[in-house]
Design a protein around this ligand. Sequence first.
Ligand code: NAD
Length: 386
Amino acid sequence: MKIAVAKEIEVCERRVALIPDIVARLVKQGLEVLVETGAGDRAFFSDAAYEAAGATIIADTARVWGEADVVLKVSPPQERSDGSSEVELLREGSVLISFLNPLGNPAVAQKLAERKVSALSMEMIPRSTRAQSMDALSSQASISGYKAVLIGAAALPKYFPMLTTAAGTIAPAKVFVMGAGVAGLQAIATARRLGAIVEAFDIRPAVKEEVLSLGAKFVEVKLDEETATAGGYAREISEDSRRRTQELVAAHIKTADVVITTAQVPGKKAPLLVTEEMVMGMKTGSVIVDIAAEQGGNCACTEPGKDIIKHGVTIIGPINLPSSVPVHASQLYSKNLTSLLQLIIKNNAIQIDFGDDIINDACITHAGEIRNSRVKEALQTVVGAG
Ligand code: NAD
């Protein structure tokens, strides 16, 4: 059984799918691990470290992908600089496990199905207690929340903590976190550790207790509609609810030094929480870090991948924040991947058991078919729009 670790070709991707420590464990288990030359370089894991862990280092990309029974990656497969595609490198009947963004870019799922690959999407792992060790959305979102606060603190022309000095007293910074999911909660904890006063807002009232337990104030809005799905995710809210939440949060945004926006609705464009008018009402020198930038942004002024100053406010739209902490992001992701790998490898052979709810949800293509109804729907929407 050969497991391959492919080198990421996405320009801003510094993470690697498996770190050497985890490779050593898989080798001990009797699996053969192939690592593409330089796969861990941008996360500071050398070829020598993988070799010492028992992996075989291979320079020929086509061989790494073509020989593998299972290919492990971070970013979804994409076109290569020579015009070929990573999907074509996969052997028919092999397994790919990676972030695949199947709801945002269902065309990749179609290509994987045509290639007769069994593709497991890390985004589709259920958010259940049993799947916690495989939950890469959570492990990586937590890094985003942490890093967003550091970026906000670095861009703020003020201190975060309250300081009493001989030269006078500095008031603590006020941080407003919008969206209190995994990233938002980590942002709250990090901002609190840096000494800020923190307020947080979410349309799901269930998060109130968690926000309070982290020492932040919860800004509550009562809406006349259900705001969460049975799975615990947020729903897209009505225009009327959106207006009411915007009215409520406007006052809190006005007094904030740093606003961290993390709100997302799975499979949809990120909700607009901060209008340009709200930005105009903010204090000069204040900062917005919009970590939903890649999904369209929570702030009307966000430009994905850019830091801009508008109406005296620094607006930062970071892309792929987990990649900026590549050592720990790769460590956590490796653990998520191998936990999933253990579910599909039985007696040194691949067994994809759709009776297992985790496999059933995560496996989006198998035997030439797209087998997830949400991915099929997303594909039809794209085809219809085209
Ligand atoms: P997410 O990234 O999809 O969204 C981030 C946050 O944005 C969510 O808290 C959401 O409620 C909020 N949001 C959406 N629309 C908003 C709006 N208009 N205004 C304000 N906030 C808005 O969320 P996530 O971090 O992936 O977490 C999703 C759910 O999964 C949560 O209920 C979380 O507790 C749950 N979860 C469960 C497990 C587990 O049980 N193993 C693990 C991780 C997450």
